[in-house]
Ligand binder design. Structure first.
Ligand code: GLN
Length: 557
């Protein structure tokens, strides 16, 4: 049977959670035995988000095949079993890149190349490509209805309905129903206008997911249904929730999946959301808290480390813990004296995440030294592994000027240097070492205990590597290289055997963590951090009791 399509658009304002809505619909359909795939179109002109600042765009999510994609693909992978690749995320820039290449080759045989049909055809071809071996493709259109730049995508999905018919296509529109405090009322007008805008480009939505902070009454629902020309049952309360993992359950309560299946004429088994319910139960019923400090270039900005945050949550869930996450601005640790300790002492575990550029590096090194010497569990990801090696070279081996050539091209000790395969490559777009690569793990190491296997595959996104010329002095001083590429070229993991939990990896494990399958590195880090925290608290209590019983204290009273 050919695949059917669910198109997800958004209206009124951005940031309504279209990506999470698409992912949650995918999750629900999977729970009914439907095979889903998900894709996103981003209407901007960049070829991919790889060269965009994460502070503009949010995290760059990396797929197995090394595509640098929109962070919504991270939601799709965390909520479903869909296996995503560069075919699952298209920008306007990439669509045009293809068309212009074809035009230059002469493929259009002298025709005038136009938005309709050439751009819309390219968009439809991209949709059909991911529809193979799938029951339902969920297609998210980035941006907000009414944007000039999303028009070709809107036109393409309109044509898909025209081409394939009602039973093959479904339009889901995510909209806002705000509560206006002055009137003490939920307002439907923005939704009415948004649907009107959609209608003006020929799209009549079938289901409205109404983002709101409270339940929509029957009256409100029927008013929206009447004005927007949808069935009352298809006006859905998409109420705000404290955990994103609750969204599928909220949608299930409102029967979003049942409606979608009905409209698409698909027979499916009953839902089975037991695993998902268990995750949500654990989210809201933690036995205790674990406190993690992330030391980064800037304090976190919105979604710039989305997958990392989620992976830490998954790690905490695996131990029935609530994650307390604090961002520590690395530069703020460069105090010139010991006063930075006050900023670091209250954490159960410290983490330096991926990053680019020189800013804050010295502060990261201070935090890593602190974790190493005070035996605080440390987890270094990509840049966090590189800085861990630099810190070791400087403070244990005594190579005071050790650095990465990324931060100091003239350093005499390039412990980290440009990837050998990238020497001479100046172009920035898509030129890093990207995507899934195999890593061989050294038997008997912490990495081995964590993964329980000697061969893993993890996703990468980096331009610099550990310089093997420094392997001898660093390992002689106690650093362990516990993972490398199968041919031994690249160092992938390092650790400190005489530390309770000090590990660094060149790859980004956060991209593969899911709530139902917490990544072993995050599970292990959180476990170690929690244990450290318990010890730390116990020591603090003992110290307080001792203080109290000191004779001079008693004498003063
Ligand atoms: N800037 C470092 C590199 O390019 C680390 C990259 C990262 O952390 N993703 O290798």
């Amino acid at each position: 049977m050919p695949a059917k399509y669910i198109f997800v658009t958004g209206g009124v304002v951005s940031s309504l959670g279209k990506g999470l809505a698409a992912a949650s619909i995918g999750c629900l359909l999977e729970s009914r035995g439907i095979k889903v795939n998900l894709m996103k179109f981003d209407p901007y002109l960049n070829v991919d988000p790889g060269t965009m600042s994460p502070f503009q765009h949010g995290e760059v999510f990396v797929t197995d095949d090394g595509a640098e994609t929109d962070l919504d693909l991270g939601h799709y992978e965390r909520f479903t079993h869909a296996r995503l690749s560069r075919d699952n995320n298209w920008t306007t820039g990439r669509i045009y890149e293809q068309i212009i290449a074809k035009e230059r080759r002469g493929d259009y045989l002298g025709k005038t190349v136009q938005v309709i049909p050439h751009v819309t055809n390219e968009i439809k071809t991209a949709m059909k490509k991911v529809a193979q071996d799938t029951d339902v493709v969920i297609v998210e259109i980035g941006g907000t209805v009414g944007d000039i730049e999303s028009l070709p995508f809107m036109e393409a999905i309109r044509q898909m309905r025209q081409e394939l018919g009602r039973e093959q296509t479904l339009f889901v529109h995510v909209t806002l129903v705000p509560f206006i405090a002055a009137a003490q009322e939920l307002k439907t007008k923005p939704t009415q206008h948004s649907v009107k805008e959609l209608l003006s480009i020929g799209i009549q939505p079938d289901i409205l997911l109404c983002r709101t902070d409270r339940f929509l009454s029957k009256e409100i629902k029927s008013k929206i249904a009447l004005f927007c020309n949808v069935a009352e049952e298809a006006v859905i309360t998409a109420k705000d929730v404290a955990s994103v993992y609750e969204v599928p359950l909220v949608f299930a309560n409102e029967n979003v999946d049942t409606l979608a299946l009905k409209y698409l004429h698909i027979q499916a088994k009953d839902r089975d959301l037991a695993n998902w319910e268990d995750v949500v139960h654990r989210v809201y019923n933690p036995k205790d808290t674990v406190t993690i400090g992330i030391v980064g270039k800037y304090v976190e900005y919105e979604d710039s480390y989305k997958s990392l945050k989620e992976a830490l949550v998954h790690g905490a869930l695996a131990h029935n813990l609530k994650l307390q996450l604090n961002w520590i601005e690395a530069e703020g640790l460069e105090t010139g004296d010991q006063s930075y300790e006050a900023q670091l002492e209250d954490y159960d575990g410290l983490l330096v995440p991926g990053g680019f550029g020189k800013r804050g590096i010295e502060g990261m090194l201070i935090a890593i030294r602190y974790a190493r010497e005070k035996r605080v569990p440390y987890f270094g990801i990509c840049l966090g592994m590189q800085t861990a090696c630099i810190e070791y070279a400087r403070n244990v081996v005594g190579l005071e000027e050790a650095n990465s050539s990324e931060f100091d091209p003239a350093t005499p000790h390039r412990v980290i240097y440009k990837l050998r395969e990238l020497r001479g490559v100046e172009e920035l777009g898509g030129t890093m070492r990207l995507g899934a690569w195999t890593c061989k793990i050294e038997a008997g190491t912490l990495a081995h205990r964590i993964y329980g296997t000697l061969e893993i595959s993890e996703r990468h996104r980096h331009r610099y590597e550990f310089n093997r010329e420094y392997e001898e002095p660093l390992t002689a001083a106690g650093l362990k290289i516990s993972g490398a590429t199968p041919d031994g070229t690249y160092v992938e993991m390092v650790e400190l055997p005489d530390h309770p939990h000090f590990i660094g990896c060149q790859f980004h494990p956060e991209f593969k963590s899911k709530p139902l399958e917490p990544h072993p590195l995050f599970r292990s880090f959180i476990g170690a951090a929690y244990e450290h925290g318990l010890k730390r608290k116990a020591q603090k209590e003992t110290a307080e009791v001792e203080m109290f019983h000191r004779p001079e204290r008693v004498a003063h009273r």
